[in-house]
Ligand binder design. Structure first.
Ligand SMILES: Nc1ncnc2c1ncn2[C@@H]1O[C@H](COP(=O)(O)OP(=O)(O)OP(=O)(O)O)[C@@H](O)[C@H]1O
Length: 337
């Protein structure tokens, strides 16, 4: 792996905008402007603001296709991985804002497929165009559910499930015991992705009838070996997709019982993620990555040598303005890392 640290790239994607007076998506200038309506502004204390404007690396409105999102944001990360760098794509945002749609998309409509299946296609088409290299790819799929590591691929043939643990390597963190399945072609890699997708913890609540209850981490690990050079040099690289569980207000999701416990964990782990992002942005010293399994696992993506893209998904609905502001503020903090 080579060092590639650049500023973390941040893209904002709005699902749809219900009230352009209050939410203005401006792809041409890569900005988003939010103006609170008077009734919300007056409910905030005097020293709080009522309008904001943020600049990101990319901004997409509700009309942007899955293809456009992939081509403009994720394809450069995949291409860096194919040159031997590590890459991470993180989908973040409020529950129901479109994170899983961005990550996986529709399993039945080809044009609606998300960034992970498109990345798989790009990896294997690149491998086919480079016969001078042997490309070996393995896939793994992990879920962090209530701070427990769960292997989503244990139903595939292979050794039985082991208990999983995080292990620090030189600059990144790996998961000991996680199954890595060799995938020879695009179809095999998609099969692994969709097997894991089907096994994710999902529940129905007021804002999403298939809400992810854990953070999902899909990883393609690659080895490139020259068939023509005798040195036998091997380049290794990793492409990681993280579909985070959505932040949620308990009042809005109207969850109770188990679901409520999951929500509390989800919100807490996202708060830890925010704290780690702030620490990584302001300090070159200690960053509390070990605060949760999620931040520990994302050490390389946040403060290491991974080429990292954050896609901040926002609903764009006036009813969720406060959550949208929280998402956009997090995305702005991440851009400072
Ligand atoms: N840009 C979009 N275009 C069309 N449909 C979308 C778009 N974004 C999201 N959807 C649809 O909205 C619903 C909720 O989206 P999704 O499940 O991706 O949200 P999420 O952010 O992953 O939510 P959660 O955090 O609760 O898991 C899904 O039915 C999805 O297909």
């Amino acid at each position: 792996m080579q060092a590639v640290r650049e500023r973390l790239t941040v893209a904002v994607r709005a699902r749809s905008v219900s009230n352009p007076d209050h939410i203005q998506i401006r792809p041409a200038s890569s900005t988003v402007r939010v103006v609170l309506p008077p009734e919300l502004a007056s409910a905030r204390s005097d020293n709080q603001r009522s309008s904001w404007e943020w600049t990101y690396d990319h901004v997409f409105g509700g009309e942007s296709s899955q293809e456009k999102i992939f081509d403009e944001t994720v394809a450069p990360v995949v291409d860096a991985v194919l040159r031997g760098y590590n890459g991470t794509v993180l989908c973040f945002g409020q529950t129901g804002s479109g994170k899983t749609y961005t990550h996986t998309g529709s399993m039945s409509q080809f044009a609606q497929r998300g960034v992970a299946p498109r990345a798989i296609a790009r990896v294997f088409s690149h491998a086919a165009s480079q016969p001078q290299y042997e490309t070996l790819v393995t896939a793994s799929y992990l879920e962090i559910y209530n701070d427990t590591l769960v292997d989503l691929l244990t139903e595939l043939p292979g050794p039985g499930p082991e208990s999983l643990s995080l292990v620090d390597c030189e600059s990144s963190t790996t998961v000991r015991g996680l199954r890595a399945v060799a995938v020879a072609d695009e179809a095999a890699a998609l099969e692994v992705l969709f097997t894991g997708e089907r096994r994710r913890s999902v529940s129905c609540h007021q804002l999403n009838d298939r809400s992810s209850r854990g953070h999902a981490v899909f990883t393609l690990s690659m080895e490139f070996r020259s068939r023509v050079e005798s040195s036998g040099r091997v380049t290794r690289a990793k492409l990681v997709f993280v579909d985070l569980a959505g932040s949620e207000r308990l009042k809005k999701t109207q969850t109770s019982g188990c679901l409520r416990g999951e929500s509390v964990y989800i919100n807490q782990s996202l708060t830890h993620l925010d704290q780690v992002v702030v620490a990584a942005a302001v300090s070159r010293g200690h960053v509390p990555y070990r605060r949760s399994k999620l931040t520990h696992l994302l050490r390389d993506a946040i403060g290491g040598n991974s080429k990292t893209l954050l896609i901040a998904n926002m609903s764009g609905q006036a009813a969720h303005l406060e959550e949208t502001i929280a998402t956009l503020e997090f995305a702005a903090r991440a851009r400072a890392v």
